[in-house]
Design a protein around this ligand. Structure first.
Ligand SMILES: Nc1ncnc2c1ncn2[C@@H]1O[C@H](COP(=O)(O)OP(=O)(O)OP(=O)(O)O)[C@@H](O)[C@H]1O
Ligand SMILES: [Mg+2]
Length: 498
């Protein structure tokens, strides 16, 4: 058995975690020292979050020991872990939705300082300072539930900063952030390291991982398969360690011949969100919509599915006018919408995987006047297989899946409804490199089968590899439209920022 590293802040030795039917971690050694950033990489379901949950005291290891400051710890629990200075930003942020921004940020810090009374005024001061530190402007008296997902993520980060952390663990902290915010987060991480704080970072955006960390640890199927200084890895070698293969990307499929117009958006307006937006989507087309945070892209995406009510304008599908601001009408007209914030919107966590997929189908089958359960289940299964959802059983509850696999369940649900138009907000948020390319293949195939697909994303390589056309938004307006193959990534980045 390996020995604990006496110089490390945290040293885990021989950690194994078994759930019924799954070995999530298999004899893993892991350490992190003060002032060091370690990146934990691995495919969806490889055991990253499980390792972090054990460090946070949220889960107990089946086997193995943990040393903190050179001392062996018995069982950790969340309070002990926090008292040792370990702070975690989880994949689903774990914020209190009905508390304000200030209350959420100050909460953890007051907890670790053993303050029994929650002081409101103090909370605002603490929160303002923490938000200033990361250089973002979020109204501190707003309730967290009403914030856009990127802001929720930033609040979770500010909360970790507000307490005196010695180790900050970030489980996919940048999934919802745009380029600019990612930059400022990476800057914060550098700052933290200089202050002697240790950082463990999980992300599927490999380039940013390599940029910020000193050391990389790769997990595959619960085993540690590679470890070394970050400069010994590049995105290709990291991908190969994670997946055991190379992951090629393709250009979008050729557009189908003489395509008919499927969806028409005319002069859509919503004060403060978007202005005079008009475009068509043809059968078989993948249309990208991009823009920085605040450009209106998410409000527009939501409006296409009735989740935001425009002040004026028209949406037509196959020539028929679709009522605005009515998601039920949108869904019954076979418009599908996959939200950006999939882990907090749209899954029934305690229900089985198969049920979560079939829920979408249920209404669809009922429309035909009867419920063919077998067909329903086999169809749901087909999509779960297509997305390679990693689970021992489709009867398992969704909450037993890893974050990336939960994302796939939401995708599977919408596809099981056989939509005509599918709106994907951040289609590959939180999924690993290998699956990302699988999802891109699926998007291309769906389009080739005649669907209209809208991809809302700020992942420029993703847009360039899947879309026939890309609309660029700024300040609520479409300021540019580019066709596939006519721009490079740098040129597109320039259009976005200028
Ligand atoms: N409560 C649970 N019950 C049963 N199995 C679980 C539970 N939690 C996690 N698992 C399983 O453990 C394995 C590792 O999951 P984990 O969440 O650590 O993956 P991950 O590397 O964080 O993946 P992702 O990138 O998708 O977030 C997965 O197969 C998952 O299904
Ligand atoms: Mg995870």
């Amino acid at each position: 058995m390996a020995l604990p590293d006496p110089d490390a802040f945290v040293s885990m030795v021989g950690v194994t975690k078994r759930y019924a039917g799954v070995t999530a971690l298999d004899n893993v050694d892991f350490r992190v020292s003060a002032g060091e950033a370690v990146c934990l990489a691995g495919e969806n379901g490889s055991g990253k979050s499980t390792l972090l949950k054990i460090l946070a005291g949220v889960e107990q290891p089946t086997e193995g020991v943990i040393h903190i400051d050179g001392l062996q710890k018995g069982q950790l629990n969340p309070r002990l872990s926090a008292a040792a200075g370990i702070m975690v930003i989880f994949q689903d942020f774990s914020l209190f939705p009905n508390l304000t921004v200030a209350e959420n940020i100050a909460f953890a810090c007051q907890l670790t300082q053993h303050q029994k009374w929650f002081r409101k005024r103090n909370a605002r001061t603490v929160a303002t300072a923490a938000l200033e530190r990361i250089g973002v402007d979020i109204p501190i008296d707003e309730r967290v539930e009403s914030l856009p997902v990127a802001h929720k993520q930033l609040v979770a980060i500010a909360r970790a900063l507000a307490s005196e952390a010695r180790l900050i663990i970030m489980d996919e902290p940048t999934t919802a952030l745009t380029e600019r915010e990612v930059r400022s987060l990476l800057r914060i991480i550098r700052m933290l390291k200089e202050d002697g704080v240790a950082v463990v970072f999980v992300s599927h955006k490999l380039a940013e991982v390599l940029e910020v960390s000193e050391r990389v640890v790769v997990l595959r199927n619960g085993c540690k398969v590679a470890e070394g200084p970050a400069e010994e890895f590049d995105t290709t070698s990291l991908t190969r360690h994670m997946t055991g293969r190379d992951v090629p990307e393709h250009p979008p499929n050729a557009l189908i011949e003489t395509p008919e117009t499927l969806m028409q958006v005319n002069n859509l307006n919503k004060k403060g969100s978007f202005l005079n937006v008009s475009f068509d989507i043809r059968k078989g087309e993948v249309l990208g919509i991009t823009g920085l945070l605040g450009s209106g892209r998410t409000s527009l995406a939501k409006a296409l599915f009735g989740l935001v009510t425009p002040d004026s304008g028209q949406i037509r599908l196959n020539g028929r006018s679709i009522p605005l601001g009515d998601p039920i009408a949108a869904a019954s007209n076979q418009i599908g919408y996959v939200p950006e914030d999939r882990l907090t919107e749209g899954l029934f966590l305690t229900q089985s995987i198969i049920r979560n997929v079939a829920i979408g189908r249920l209404e669809h089958h009922e429309q035909h006047g009867f419920l063919d359960l077998l067909a329903l289940v086999s169809d749901a299964n087909k999509w779960l297989e297509r997305f390679k959802v990693k689970t021992p059983s489709v009867e398992a509850p969704v909450q037993s899946l890893s974050g990336g696999n939960q994302q796939r369940v939401v995708l599977a649900r919408w596809l099981a409804r056989s939509p005509l138009v599918l709106i994907l907000n951040g289609p590959s948020v939180g999924v690993d490199v290998g699956s990302k390319s699988d999802i891109h293949d699926i998007i291309r195939d769906l389009a080739s089968s005649g669907l209209g697909v809208v991809v809302i994303s700020d992942d420029l390589p993703e847009l360039l590899t899947t879309c026939h056309r890309i609309l660029v938004m700024r300040g609520g307006e479409i300021i540019d439209e580019v066709a596939a193959g006519t721009v490079t990534e740098d040129e597109l980045a320039y259009k976005l920022a200028s």
